[in-house]
Design a protein around this ligand. Structure first.
Ligand SMILES: [Zn+2]
Length: 232
């Protein structure tokens, strides 16, 4: 989580100083990057990340539900909130526990990409985030997710004994041989989500020389140091 938070902190700062996102946008994508770095282990049932992530997910889904149904009375909204929360926490979570194994299909590269896509669509349609920021948000989820997988892989190399632990090659993978149906389902979902996500803005920025030139420019102070630091 520390590495995930650091990585997304640095990346979101780069987008902020080059003017790609606002301060609030930077905070959002930083938070999402950190969440993304916790997601791969949500399939280990006893882990704190699993419980925290699922409880948070239930709370967010419940709020998303009532925000999109703003016309109802408060009593109806309260009932809707409770219904969604308990449905997520006790039915979806139970199903999830029964259907997944740790470091199974949830702990793969395509799942990270799919998670990014799901977040992009949810941010745009449930939380009314503007479409460019929603794509950055999904990108940061995927980024945090991949940082986690790479770290797990790095830790599977026992540096001092110069040998590979048995877990080598199980973290950063593109498929699971023992779960081909799940693997196929994930790739199918990616192709289903793809037409709903406009990646052109993201690719334009990341491939433009201008962006990197600007990033380099903002690296060193411009004239005075900490100009206006105490003005908010
Ligand atoms: Zn992991």
């Amino acid at each position: 989580m520390v590495v995930g938070a650091t990585f997304s902190g640095v990346s979101s700062t780069a987008l902020l100083t080059t003017g790609q996102v606002s301060s609030s946008g930077a905070f959002l994508i930083f938070s999402l990057g950190t969440i993304g770095s916790l997601l791969p282990d949500i399939d280990s049932k006893s882990s704190i990340p699993f419980k925290v992530t699922f409880t948070l997910l239930s709370v967010f889904t419940a709020f998303a539900m009532i925000f999109s149904k703003a016309g109802y009375s408060l009593i109806e909204l309260l009932l809707l909130w409770l219904g969604t929360y308990f449905f997520m926490k006790y039915i979806v979570m139970e199903l999830f526990i029964r259907l997944t194994v740790h470091r199974g299909i949830f702990h793969t590269v395509p799942m990270g990409i799919l998670a990014g896509m799901i977040f992009t669509v949810a941010l745009k349609n449930l939380f009314f985030v503007d479409s460019k920021l929603a794509v950055w948000g999904g990108f940061f989820i995927a980024l945090g997710f991949l940082v986690h997988l790479i770290l797990d892989e790095i830790y599977s190399v026992d540096l001092f004994n110069k040998r590979l632990k048995s877990s080598f090659g199980t973290a950063f993978t593109f498929y699971k041989r023992d779960n081909l149906v799940g693997t196929f389902a994930i790739y199918l979902l990616i192709f289903m989500f793809l037409p709903n996500i406009d990646l052109s803005h993201l690719f334009n920025i990341l491939s433009s020389e201008n962006f990197y030139a600007k990033l380099w420019q903002t690296f060193l102070p411009n004239g005075t140091l900490f100009n206006g630091l105490l003005k908010f």
